[in-house]
Design a protein around this ligand. Structure first.
Ligand code: GDP
Length: 441
């Protein structure tokens, strides 16, 4: 979608050579264009960019953080605010059985979302149950019944009845008797846009009889900023309301819908990001924006390492090196030995936020087979003291190490240079890791 172009904007900004003020203005202009194209309200866009500009010119970055990096942090903060700020919705119920009632206009993705949510909770060990209280659309019963079979979740409905209130009540009892601890009720969505009053009234009628713990409104992202009015009225109509925004994958207007709903202070709980059942996510503004900006996630590094056929030892040592900001020649030795399995360091480094944006000299990181064998021999010829603290290696020792390992002084120097390079890199990673932690990613 439109918002995906933000990633490139960030990379270009961090690599750019323009003077700070010029680069900031350019960035802001592009950001405005992108947000407007995503149907974010003009007033919200101007508010956002004004506070970004103000902070960008006023704030001094903390030590070890460049101005450009700090600017991205400001953008990250302010964009997160646009989409709801530092909130994490409470998705796991405080009590069971927990009853969720879904409302929304027809075609918003209500039935699909009912199944998605059931599947979501099932994966976390809950026992969900699906209820079809949509008596208006005959196909609704079949659709939900089919979906419930797909995800192997109990289903309750009544094909012939027209009394939605009665079905909702009876089926909820049935589900609880089935030992379900989350009941998800799909209601009729016959009303089109502009008939929200009737929709809310019906919602209150069913709610009176089943006494839900949560009423969730399903909103189609392609509504864009038009979602504001509807969300606002819904939010003021019920104190137990939450909102799920669907079809964020299929519309350019997703940014508009998200920011509009966030502006009402209603809770956005989930977002639908595809037609398939698992394609639903808990909505956390900071995570969402972090991804939009391509800030990455430090845990991807560990995950990636795991997914490759890995050596646990290297992982441990690198985790340690990352937390202490220091690496030893013994660690390098191991890294060299496992390089064939894990790939060059440069590849590992790409997974780290911040660093992936930093231009890394690939040539410096590339090590040939031959070099690798030589370096291993050199490290073998060093004393424990030298391994721990290579700075004590003087000219005299270099000659001896070269002779002992059957290499040249140049080779020894090159290894020591590589060690320095990796060390600096680890320090940078640590500093960035701390920084990104502060950002809350
Ligand atoms: P209802 O009338 O509100 O119950 O809507 P449905 O659940 O029948 O969904 C309407 C259409 O939207 C279907 O074709 C769904 O596959 C599609 N849909 C629902 N959620 C999403 C989503 O998150 N992404 C995409 N791309 N399609 C979705």
């Amino acid at each position: 979608t439109v918002l995906d172009s933000l990633k490139k904007l960030v990379v270009d900004f961090l690599r750019g050579k323009d003077p700070y003020e010029v680069a900031v203005e350019n960035f802001i202009k592009e950001l405005q264009k992108t947000l407007l194209r995503a149907d974010v309200n003009v007033k919200l866009v101007l508010q956002l960019t004004n506070s970004i500009r103000e902070r960008a010119l006023k704030e001094k970055p903390p030590p070890l953080v460049s101005r450009n990096e700090w600017f991205i942090k400001i953008v990250y903060d302010e964009l997160s605010n646009l989409f709801g700020g530092d909130v994490k919705p409470q998705v796991f119920p405080q009590k069971t059985p927990y009853i969720i009632m879904l409302v929304g206009v027809q075609g918003s993705g209500k039935t699909t979302t009912a199944a998605k949510i059931a599947y979501f909770y099932k994966r976390y060990g809950y026992r969900p149950c699906l209820v079809c209280a949509d008596t208006y659309r005959p196909a609704a019963y079949d659709q939900l019944s089919q979906l419930s079979k797909q995800i192997d979740v109990p289903f309750c409905g009544e094909q012939k009845s027209t009394d939605a209130v009665n079905i909702a009540k009876k089926c909820t009892e049935w589900c609880i008797n089935q030992n379900s601890n989350i009941v998800i009720i799909d209601t009729a969505g016959r009303h089109g846009y502009g008939e929200e009053e009737a929709l809310l009234k019906e919602m209150q009628e069913i709610a009176k009889s089943v006494n839900p713990d949560e009423i969730m409104m399903i909103l189609d992202a392609s509504m864009g900023q038009k979602a504001y009015e509807l969300a606002l009225r819904f939010h003021s109509a019920t104190p137990i309301g939450s909102i799920t925004i669907t079809k964020l994958d299929g519309t350019a207007k997703g940014g508009g819908a998200l920011s509009a709903v966030a502006a009402t202070k209603a809770i956005i709980k989930f977002i639908g990001v595809g037609e398939k059942i698992p394609e639903i996510e808990v909505f956390e503004p900071r995570r969402f924006v972090g991804r939009l900006l391509g800030l990455g996630d430090i845990s991807t590094l560990i995950e990636k390492l795991k997914s490759i056929e890995h050596s646990e030892e290297v992982e441990k040592r690198f985790a340690k090196a990352l937390s202490t900001g220091k690496i030893t020649l013994a660690d390098i030795y191991l890294q060299l030995q496992t390089m064939r399995k894990l790939g060059p360091l440069a590849k590992i480094v790409q997974l780290i936020p911040g660093l992936s944006m930093m231009p890394i000299d690939d040539k410096q990181m590339k090590i040939t087979e031959e070099k690798m064998r030589k370096w291993l021999a050199i490290i073998d010829s060093m004393t424990y003291e030298e391994l721990r603290n290579p700075s004590i290696i003087d000219k005299n020792r270099m000659v001896k190490i070269a002779i002992g390992s059957g290499t040249t002084i140049e080779d020894v120097k090159e290894l020591l240079k590589y060690y320095e390079l990796v060390n600096t890199m680890i320090k940078n990673i640590k500093r960035r890791k701390t920084l990104f932690k502060k950002f809350g990613i």
